[in-house]
Design a protein around this ligand. Structure first.
Ligand SMILES: Nc1ncnc2c1ncn2[C@@H]1O[C@H](COP(=O)(O)OP(=O)(O)OP(=O)(O)O)[C@@H](O)[C@H]1O
Ligand SMILES: [Mg+2]
Length: 447
């Protein structure tokens, strides 16, 4: 995951780029002009800046000059309109990594170039930053259902056994995966995560295994895959239930043989990694339907751990909320946020189907709405239309009671309508991750 800043005066283009990159698990900020971008750059550091060249006020070239001056390790990719090759060349001279031509309509091209830039900057630096981000949060604050879970995770951390984390969306599977890494003898090595749902099959294959020069159109140079980059560390296969059949077969071979070949190459590369996989899918059911390989399942589920949903951890709700508020306060530059008594009650009585992720999103929105340091019940309720909104009771003979799935589908439909189909805003509003939204769109056949 990298921190990326997108600078362009065209909102549609920014959103397109942000959506594409967020699906790759990057953390994306946007600025509508050079000045706004510079303000952000003074506040936090980015691994990569994607900037338009022609903007009112502070130009892209000037922004590039300042970035390279202040944070030379930050990579910059510039966006150029047709026919302005000169300024692209000028940008490269000033240290831009590469340029992208507008109009930009292929997410693949964007992903490729961003991938290359980040690789160039050195995955190592990103991992160091992630480790600097130090303290992984505690997994629990004493909820009895979590005790055996944590004990199991601690024990398995001491081994190299493959762990399969299962649990609903937002229950903390990734947090658990990072904890396993941190508690293991591989802690000093890299932790590399790949989200199997976020990439097309071909892209995922070359992400995982890397490729040799000329393996396919666009493979201009040999590239090491993420498995290779994880040598000596932990490899986290997120949303493994989404893996396409052909890749399931390939992954199975890696797990069996502990080695693999790059795409388009014959050389065998050893995979000295500890595997952790996660899914919110019912893999046994997928096996019955022929959508997931049973042999792969057994390789992954050497040590399965189920993370309980938040509704079964009521003891964690309030202390977890407080911990999340510390994090939120730090990121908003508003330390000292506290919950009012009523707000705590609202939290305790809501059901949190989106688990910790939904709780964190609701708290962040509430913090933004709150006037002072105290978060009130109103801030929470106003900020979280998706949260405690009960399905309206039937009012007439024509109405029918909605099932959870119908209510969810309806909530998604309305949110998309409200935000003119902008999925990121809809997901934010609903208090779910963008990936989860894409999942549900697929599941409910919504477009
Ligand atoms: N114990 C915890 N303390 C603090 N934050 C947590 C904790 N558990 C989860 N979170 C936060 O909740 C969010 C969701 O967690 P995570 O991404 O690990 O869940 P997940 O199970 O992988 O969800 P999904 O299936 O949606 O990918 C993240 O922002 C994470 O930082
Ligand atoms: Mg996850």
């Amino acid at each position: 995951m990298a921190r990326i800043l997108i600078v362009d005066d065209e909102e549609g283009l920014r959103d397109f780029m942000a959506d594409t990159l967020e699906l790759e698990d990057h953390q994306v900020d946007q600025a509508r002009d050079g000045e706004a971008a510079w303000d952000l750059l003074l506040k936090r550091s980015y691994h990569l800046v994607l900037t338009d060249l022609k903007m009112p006020g502070l130009s892209g070239l000037e922004l590039l000059r300042r970035v390279k001056d202040a944070q030379p390790e930050t990579e910059v990719i510039v966006l150029t309109a047709h026919g302005s090759v000169d300024s692209a060349v000028e940008a490269m001279k000033l240290g831009a990594f590469d340029y992208l031509r507008k109009p930009l309509d292929s997410p693949t091209e964007l992903r490729m170039i961003v991938g290359r830039a980040l690789e160039h900057r050195g995955l190592r630096a990103i991992q160091e930053a992630a480790q600097d981000n130090v303290t992984e949060p505690p997994l629990s604050y004493g909820a009895p259902v979590m005790r055996p879970v944590i004990a199991a995770l601690e024990k398995v951390s001491a081994t190299d056994a493959t762990v399969l984390l299962v649990g609903e969306s937002g229950t903390g599977k990734e947090v658990a995966a990072r904890s396993i890494h941190r508690w293991s003898r591989r802690a000093a090595g890299p932790f590399v995560a790949v989200n199997c749902a976020a990439l097309s099959e071909q892209l995922l294959e070359s992400e995982l295994f890397g490729h040799e020069k000329g393996a396919f159109t666009g493979a201009h140079a040999r590239r090491r895959g993420r498995i290779e980059l994880a040598q000596g560390g932990t490899f986290f296969l997120d949303e493994v239930g989404e893996l396409a059949p052909q890749l399931q077969a390939k992954l199975l071979r890696v797990l069996q043989e502990r080695s693999f070949e790059r795409v388009g190459g014959g050389q065998t590369v050893r995979a000295d990694v500890r595997w952790v996989a996660a899914t919110n899918r019912d893999l046994p059911a997928m096996i019955r339907d022929g959508r997931f390989r049973e042999d792969l399942f057994h390789r992954l589920a050497v040590f399965p751990v189920r993370l309980p949903p938040l509704r079964r951890r009521p003891e964690d709700l309030i202390p977890l909320s407080r911990a999340l508020l510390v994090r939120i306060g730090a990121s908003l530059g508003r330390p000292g946020l506290v919950l009012s008594e009523n707000a705590a009650q609202v939290i305790a009585s809501a059901s949190w189907p989106g688990n910790v992720r939904e709780l964190a999103n609701a708290l962040e929105r509430a913090a933004i709405l709150a006037d002072g340091r105290t978060i009130r019940a109103d801030d929470l309720v106003l900020g979280s239309v998706g949260m405690a909104t009960p399905v309206p009771p039937p009012t007439g003979p024509g109405d029918h009671v909605l099932s959870m799935a119908e209510a969810e589908k309806e909530a998604i439909r309305r949110a998309l309508e409200h935000y003119d189909g902008n999925r990121r805003k809809a997901a934010e509003h609903l208090g779910i991750g963008l990936r989860t939204l894409y999942d549900k769109l697929k599941r409910y056949d919504l477009t």
